[in-house]
Write a protein that binds this ligand. Sequence first.
Ligand code: SF4
Length: 460
Amino acid sequence: MPKLITGVGCPYCGSSCDDLEVLVSDDETKVLEVHNACIIGNNLFHHANDPTRPRLPRQRQPDGSMKEIPYEEAIDYFAKTLLAAKKPLIYGFGSTNCEGMSAVGRIAEKAGAVLDNCATICHGPSFLAMFDNGYPSCTLGEAKNRADVVVFWGCNPMHAHPRHTSRYSIFPRGYFTGKGQMQRTVLSVDPRETDTAKLADVHLMLDQGHDYELFDAFRTVLRGHDIPDKVAGIDKETIIKAVDIMKKARFCMIFFGMGCTHTDGRNHNIDAAISMTRDLNDHTKASIMAMRGHYNIAGPGQVWSWQFGFPYCIDLSKGTHAHMNPGETSSIDLAMRDEVDCFVNVGADAGAHFPIQAVQHLKKHPFIAVDPNFCMASEIADLHIPVRIAGVDEPGVVYRMDNVPIQFKAVLKGLPGVPSDEELFDKVYERMCEITLTQPIWLAAKENRKYPHNTNPVVS
Ligand code: SF4
């Protein structure tokens, strides 16, 4: 009998929907039907049935071809390569669970690596602004139950987070928003007429890259001062009208995306957006939230801040303390300066998303890809190690875009012999300890002894 699994989380976008129902075959090896997911989530689960999914690591041969090798051999190569490197870079973690993120921390510390995640190329500027200016945010539940004015600034959830508008922001009926969409006013600030902008009551089509000026104009109007007749390509009257809608809201929710973080101004845009949210709170209740891209990209920020004190761009190569300085310790900057001598790509695709010059530098050195599927990074790597798909055949904790942790279930039995990210990293760590004749941390803890010594001292 096929089995229906309810309360399933979707491991794709930052909406991290956890209301999916998945019908699986009686032997739990095949997804038959997926209910409640958008088309992307639906395809993701069905893709797990793909018989061509890799089941063994593949290593590049002298003639350029890839040859399947046993996991033990791949783990040995992984451990030795990391130990031999002076400054390895371990990057990615857009698509794995917090258990894997925690396990990789031990490896990074032992190897004296730089540990970075996809935030370095998406919401890294948001982190910088939050460090400077705080983060007056809330949960998506509060947005659903309270927000009667919703602003989408530089983001297009209709494409990037397809169920965001139906679960949290525009259409759902909440405790104080019982009429759903009828009770909400939606503003979109975007230089393009996106599908989200088409849904909005007011679309401010600003000049591309002029977000900072527009945030400042909003703040100036909020404080009761005059502004020029046109700011960032938007008429003064339209700006005053938009500010008036936001001021009169019972609860104004501002969502911002990479249209803000990766246009001119970058972190300063977010700084201004946070200040605008604070100014709005002089008039009504307002909150702001980053539209995080992947289903658990908020996870490394949580896990590594707990482990190392920083959310991304964490340089552990000094061996005595963790050091974070985006621009110096960020993945693309390191790669562009050819400063790393080993690259590990985990649950992301640097091959597809990094500038070609950065990839060319990374390719001069050992390049390892850890990914359940074939991707551009896996195809240019020297070693590709397949793992289970978190949220499909591996359970785990994920942090939704509002930093709420959710326990994701596994709906399928994992492919035989294929480890999870956590199991793989634990084995690599054990092998590194064997090679350096040190004892794994957890064994020392188990025997209630002090951790003896490490080639790279523990970073606290
Ligand atoms: Fe999955 Fe995102 Fe679609 Fe929800 S909106 S089902 S998390 S892809």
